[in-house]
Design a protein around this ligand. Structure first.
Ligand code: C5P
Length: 190
């Protein structure tokens, strides 16, 4: 979805910075690419560039936890069970406003399995987003591992269901809506 959005915004003549972990996807034309491998690297890359952005969209499925220590050598199977100690990764989207000081149009994603609209609205408020794009990942055929998706747009004043669509087509639809909403936000400030 992130690559489809980067492509769609680039086609609308936005200048796009794509911060991404490793994927097998082709890089869209005319985007600045910042490759990262860890959540901390993604946090640092976003913190470095977000000040120059009008719109920031967070759709990476960042791991919530990471292993506390990385073994320098292969871990041998000495026992029947193995306990890994995990520590929390930084919440990059949740840091955009209060730590990175982003004042532009902020979009988060929410993958939910129940109470989609309510959970996504909590995320909208907690992470100070202008919009959360939510999808129900418990439904087969949409979202993860599928070329189609069906999403809800959760905004301060309303929730809107968009029709089931290919991710590519949906990305163009979302890019147009986000561009329009961001312009409204910026013109209301003037
Ligand atoms: O709270 P939750 O992980 O469900 O929120 C999902 C949103 O938060 C997505 O936009 C995702 O890109 C972002 N996120 C993040 N950093 C994390 C975890 C999630 O920016 N460590």
């Amino acid at each position: 979805m992130g690559y489809a959005l980067a492509r769609a915004f680039s086609r609308l003549d936005h200048q796009v910075i794509l911060v991404s972990g490793p994927t097998a996807l082709d890089l869209p034309d005319r985007v600045d690419f910042l490759p990262v491998e860890t959540a901390q690297q993604m946090f640092d890359a976003v913190a470095h560039v977000i000040g120059s952005c009008d719109i920031a969209i967070f759709c990476a499925a960042v791991a919530d936890y990471r292993v506390e220590t990385i073994a320098p050598q292969k871990i041998k199977k000495h026992s029947d069970t193995l306990t890994l100690h995990l520590v929390k990764n930084p919440d990059i989207l949740g840091s955009a406003r209060n730590i990175m000081g982003f004042t532009g149009y902020l979009v988060g994603f929410a993958a939910e399995t129940e109470n989609l609209e309510a959970h996504a609205r909590t995320k909208l408020v907690q992470k100070s987003c202008d919009m959360v794009i939510a999808n129900d990942v418990s439904q087969a055929g949409i979202g993860f591992d599928s070329s189609d998706n069906q999403v809800w747009l959760i905004e301060p004043e309303e929730n809107t269901a968009l029709p089931l669509d290919s991710k590519e087509h949906l990305a163009h639809h979302l890019a147009a809506i986000i561009t329009q909403r961001a312009s409204q936000k910026f013109s209301a400030r003037e």
